[in-house]
Design a protein around this ligand. Structure first.
Ligand code: PLP
Length: 371
């Protein structure tokens, strides 16, 4: 089946009792036992499993061509579960521009438990130089946040394989509509489903999808159910509902993003546009090779520094100045001020999550704001 069909049908079933076409929401935390003490339904307690979470995990696994998925209460909870699944003392190689929330988590919550090196994962010599006997994981995030740098997943996987190291890919910016890391050899895909999967800026969620069942995956499952950072049945329901339109939403987002990038590249106030779908992107060829579509996240820098960037943001009427991404509404953000004083993000950079408004209205809004 193609992704549009999977998104609609996987994880949904007609309710056998009422014949409801949409799977009902099961809010119960606990499930009745049989006379012999067993659980005929397969459900026992909702932290361990819930019908709506099962439905969500099923569609996530199929979208990604994985064997199983685990749903979490946020992207950070999904990331933390990966770190918690590792033996103390494991060395983790992560990108120097890793999503700042996870970088802070790694540094602050796992200090003294795991060893981290934050490097340019895409640079082969640097990557090889940092591999140690206790390296367990190479973390990849591509396209990266907020510079939209591309990491060649196949290349990283090939190096990891030589050393029996697992590769985890944060695929939040791309979604399975734009990039499928498991098919490029990654072992685990991580998502903040708060973003494109939810798609309407109204729920938090995270997910991990595995290429194979393994002892490591069993450990991750244990962290999920014993740790308990699980999504509510309501959030699972909303995610399953939103995922049905994910392929078409993402295609619409990408359509707008390609046109917006072209507009920005030709605008005299713009210094540089960072978008994997632009031929001017330094890794355009790698992006074209490994991505199905270039996504709808982009950053651009303005001539006139931080002052001009902040002026533009405040003059916009349709774009909302807010963090996060992947919703139907276009968002824009002065990223350096979110990331704190040690950020490497240029101060004249704005990050855009291109929404689903009409592209003419988005361009007109930027035009008046940059004038
Ligand atoms: C938002 C985000 C996360 C964290 O997800 P939450 O749902 O906010 O916990 C992780 N990685 C990337 C790339 C993100 O954009």
């Amino acid at each position: 089946m193609k992704i549009e069909t999977i998104a609609i049908h996987a994880g949904n079933h007609v309710d056998p009792h009422t014949k409801a076409v949409v799977q009902p929401i099961v809010m119960a935390t606990t499930f009745e036992r049989d006379a012999d003490g067993g659980y005929a339904s397969g459900y026992q307690y909702s932290r361990s499993a819930n019908p709506n979470r099962d439905a969500l995990e099923k569609v996530l696994a199929q979208l990604e061509n994985g064997v199983e998925a685990a749903a979490f209460s946020s992207g950070n909870a999904a990331g933390m579960s990966v770190f918690q699944s590792l033996a103390p003392g494991t060395h983790v190689i992560a990108p120097d521009d890793m999503y700042h929330g996870l970088r802070n988590q790694a540094k602050q919550l796992f200090a003294g438990v795991l060893e981290f090196d934050f490097i340019d994962v895409n640079d082969e010599a640097t990557l090889r130089a940092h591999i140690k006997p206790n390296t367990g994981i190479i973390w990849v995030e591509t396209p990266s946040n907020p510079l939209l740098k591309i990491t060649d997943i196949k290349k990283v996987v090939a190096i990891a394989r030589e050393h029996n190291i697992k590769v985890v890919c944060d695929n939040t910016f791309a979604t399975p509509v734009c990039q499928q890391p498991l098919s490029l050899g990654a072992d685990l895909v991580m998502y903040s489903s708060t973003k494109y999967f939810g798609g309407h800026s109204d729920l938090m969620g995270g997910a991990l999808i595995t290429a194979e069942k393994s002892d490591w995956w069993t450990k991750i499952r244990a962290v999920q159910t014993m740790g308990g950072a699980v999504p509510s049945p309501m959030d699972c329901y909303y995610l399953v509902r939103s995922i049905k339109t994910l392929p078409y939403r993402v295609k619409g987002h990408v359509h707008n993003a390609l046109l917006l990038a072209t507009f920005l590249e030709n605008h005299p106030a713009v210094e540089q546009v960072m978008y994997p779908g632009s031929a001017s992107h330094p890794q355009y060829e790698v992006a074209k090779e490994q991505m199905i579509l270039p996504g709808a996240m982009m950053s651009f820098t303005l001539k006139g520094g931080q002052e001009k960037a902040k002026k533009v943001v405040n003059a916009l009427k349709i774009f909302t100045q807010a963090t996060s991404l992947g919703g139907v509404e276009s968002l824009i953000e002065h990223r350096a001020s979110v990331e704190g004083p040690d950020t490497k993000t240029p101060f004249n950079l704005l990050r855009v999550s291109v929404g689903l408004e009409h592209i003419d209205d988005l361009i007109a809004d930027l035009e008046q704001a940059m004038a």
